[in-house]
Design a binder for this molecule. Structure first.
Ligand SMILES: [Zn+2]
Length: 135
C-alpha cells in the first residue's frame, strides 16, 4: 500500500510518499513489542524529543520516506555545535552546518558516531508517550 501525504510544514508544501514499513524482509527488524504504527507522525528533526522512536527519515529529495532497518530512540536531541565533538559525523557536519542548523539526535548509538541531521529534515517518529515503557 502507498499513501501520498501532504505535509504542511513551512516554508514549503511538499508531497511525501509514505509507504508501509517493509515486512517479510529480514534486514528490517520488527518494531519493538507494543509499538503501534498508527501513532507514527512526521515532524522536523528539530521537533524530535528525548525517547521518541525514530522509524524513518525523508530522503534528500523530500519526496519519500526511507525506513531504518532498526527503529531507534532519540537520546536528548541538542542543537548541533560545530567542532564540539571530534567523531567523524560531527566533523563532517561541521563542514556542512552552522551552529543551530542541525540537531544531534544520538551520541554513540545505534552507530559508533553521533547522529546529526539538518534541523528541517523530516522524520517519521512515534512519540515517547506512546511507547510501551512510557510511565
Ligand atoms: Zn560526534
Amino acid at each position: 500500500m502507498t499513501l501520498a501525504v501532504h505535509v504542511d510544514i513551512e516554508p514549503t508544501r511538499r508531497l511525501l510518499i509514505l509507504e508501509d514499513r517493509p515486512t517479510g524482509d529480514a534486514s528490517y527488524a520488527p518494531l519493538p513489542t507494543g509499538v503501534d504504527i498508527v501513532h507514527a507522525r512526521i515532524v522536523k528533526t528539530s521537533e524530535i524529543g528525548a525517547g521518541d522512536l525514530i522509524l524513518a527519515v525523508a530522503d534528500a529529495m523530500w519526496k519519500r520516506i526511507d525506513y531504518f532497518p532498526d527503529a531507534y530512540p532519540a537520546e536528548a536531541p541538542d542543537p548541533f555545535v560545530p567542532h564540539a565533538c571530534d567523531c567523524y559525523e560531527c566533523e563532517y557536519a561541521s563542514t556542512v552546518y552552522k551552529a543551530g542548523d542541525a540537531v544531534v539526535i544520538t551520541r554513540g548509538f545505534p552507530w559508533d558516531e553521533c547522529d546529526v541531521w539538518g534541523r528541517d529534515v523530516l522524520a517519521l517518529i512515534v512519540r515517547a508517550e506512546y511507547l510501551p515503557d512510557a510511565a
